[in-house]
Design a protein around this ligand. Structure first.
Ligand code: SF4
Ligand code: SF4
Ligand code: SF4
Length: 246
């Protein structure tokens, strides 16, 4: 049914082994991932969920073709350090899911010493962990990402649909994500069409809409750095419009 990319060897019994890793997070991204499984029924002959702290009993991490990971790494947590090592060793490709894993997300607002884990002070998005950088190919924005986005991403990954995957590859190399991305990449380039999609995509109301100017406005103090606004904008990931020379 699917064309599998060059990293995979295909035979008739072959299934793509998926895993889901949990770092410091609210688990909302994993819940969103599990929410799409209704849709995934149609490709269950192609994929197998081989590891998940929520859904599988396995303690040992098996070898995986694709590992999804949520949450930021806490550098004071020894379990996180060993989990990151396993992730680097056992997975062919790592996909970060959600703002915490991809850009720091709400963890960037952490002041440390908070209940219930006061020893946790410092968090790094997985995309910034040196050990994992080679393995992380894609970052999915959102807090949490929409399950249908996760499903479409999964299908694109299995079909190696590079056009669809390109923005996620771009996001894996973004240092941060915030509402200023929309200002910089869309509004300041004169590309905004005033559709308001970025406002509806924002989970924290950091993006609002100014009906007078027909443009979104951004309140930085409310931003949880999830990357949804840029990803949802239909005008993002476009170059500056160029003049036509006659
Ligand atoms: S990105 Fe949002 S939903 Fe996902 S783990 Fe972080 S806080 Fe939770
Ligand atoms: S402005 Fe909203 S949607 Fe955009 S990165 Fe911040 S929290 Fe996410
Ligand atoms: S989603 Fe993009 S085009 Fe639509 S209002 Fe926001 S910045 Fe403008």
């Amino acid at each position: 049914m699917f064309f599998l990319g060059q990293d995979f060897n295909f035979d008739s019994d072959f299934k793509v082994k998926l895993g889901f890793f949990h770092f410091s997070s609210c688990s909302g991204c994993q819940v969103a991932f599990l929410d799409m499984f209704e849709d995934l029924v149609e490709i269950l002959d192609t994929v197998e969920l081989a590891y998940s702290n929520m859904l599988t009993k396995k303690k040992d991490v098996p070898r995986l073709h694709i590992a999804f990971a949520e949450g930021a790494l806490c550098i004071e947590d020894k379990r996180h350090l060993s989990l990151a090592k396993e992730l680097a060793e056992k997975a062919n490709i790592v996909v970060t899911v959600g703002g915490c894993a991809s850009f720091g997300g709400i963890r960037r607002l952490s002041v440390g010493s908070q209940a219930p884990q006061p020893s946790h002070q410092s968090f790094i998005p997985l995309t910034e962990v040196e050990l994992l950088k080679q393995k992380i190919k894609y970052a999915i924005p959102g807090c949490p990402p929409n399950p249908s986005l996760l499903y479409n991403f999964m299908i694109a990954l299995l079909e190696v649909n590079e056009d669809f995957l390109q923005p996620f590859e771009f996001m894996a190399n973004s240092k941060d994500a915030c509402g200023f991305d929309v200002v910089k990449e869309v509004i300041n380039k004169g590309l905004c069409v005033g559709c308001g999609t970025c406002v509806t995509a924002c989970p924290s109301r950091a993006m609002n809409f100014n009906y007078h100017y027909n443009r979104p406005t951004f309140k930085p103090t409310l931003c949880v750095h999830c990357g949804s606004c840029l990803a949802a904008c239909p005008q993002s990931f476009k170059p500056y419009p160029q003049p036509i020379y006659t």
